[in-house]
Design a protein around this ligand. Structure first.
Ligand SMILES: [Zn+2]
Length: 233
């Protein structure tokens, strides 16, 4: 593990505050996983509960997280975004991790509150990244109002041949926006949306090559007419 970040320290302080009223006894208290009758945790039971949740009507969690070709940290981030559990300003303030004296506004476009949907889907900065991606594929797509709807629609709306690539492009773009946002807030580094667009193209091409969805000699086609690759391999 790396050193504690400012955000880690805030979470730690919040956790200590929450636990302060409780006295734990090593004689009486045990660690147990409450969804299980025995109190023991198992991955299989965790996946079963996750897939049986009400969200499964909207999201195919197996495709989104457990059976995906994107790196696990990217898939998990996408899942956390669907669960409204990534620490954007709006959530940090509403959970009292940041005080109300902090600004809830988006660092990029300022007049708007930094919610998950705003940051990842609707912010004018993020919108430029998405628009460039759609233009690259010569597609038109109306951005949904929530991450859940985005994730559900994403897999249904893209053409069958395109899906193998767009299943990578969606999570890659969410992740790239998040990393750029953190670099801006914590390090003061503003990244132009055009370089994020280029980095997403390159990253997805590398991921797709790993799974033999395309090959390194096709990078020129990928850059200028990626639709040609949909039925070529
Ligand atoms: Zn914004």
């Amino acid at each position: 593990m790396g050193p504690l970040t400012e955000l880690d320290s805030m979470y730690e302080a919040e956790l200590i505050n929450l636990l302060a009223p409780f006295n734990l006894s090593t004689d009486d208290d045990v660690v147990m996983w409450t969804p299980s009758v025995t109190g023991d945790y198992s991955v299989a039971e965790g996946v079963r509960l996750l897939c049986a949740s009400s969200d499964s009507q909207v999201i195919n969690w197996k495709k989104l997280v457990w059976n995906n070709r994107v790196p696990s940290k990217v898939a998990i981030f996408h899942w956390l975004a669907c669960k409204k559990s990534i620490p954007v300003r709006d959530i940090l303030i509403r959970r009292h991790i940041l005080s109300h004296s902090h600004s809830p506004l988006c660092g990029w476009c300022n007049p708007e509150v930094e919610t998950i949907e705003h940051l990842l889907l609707h912010c004018s900065w993020s919108h430029k990244v998405w628009s460039a991606l759609f233009q690259w594929w010569n597609l038109r797509w109306v951005m949904p109002n929530s991450i859940l709807n985005f994730s559900a629609d994403w897999y249904h709306d893209m053409g069958i041949g395109d899906k193998k690539f767009w299943r990578l492009i969606g999570p890659a773009t969410l992740w790239a926006i998040w990393i750029a946002r953190n670099d801006f807030i914590f390090n003061g580094n503003y990244t132009c949306w055009t370089s994020i667009f280029r980095s997403i193209k390159l990253k997805v091409f590398l991921w797709a090559s790993t799974f033999k969805l395309c090959y390194s000699h096709q990078s020129y086609v990928w850059d200028y007419n990626p639709g040609l690759l949909c039925h070529s391999v």
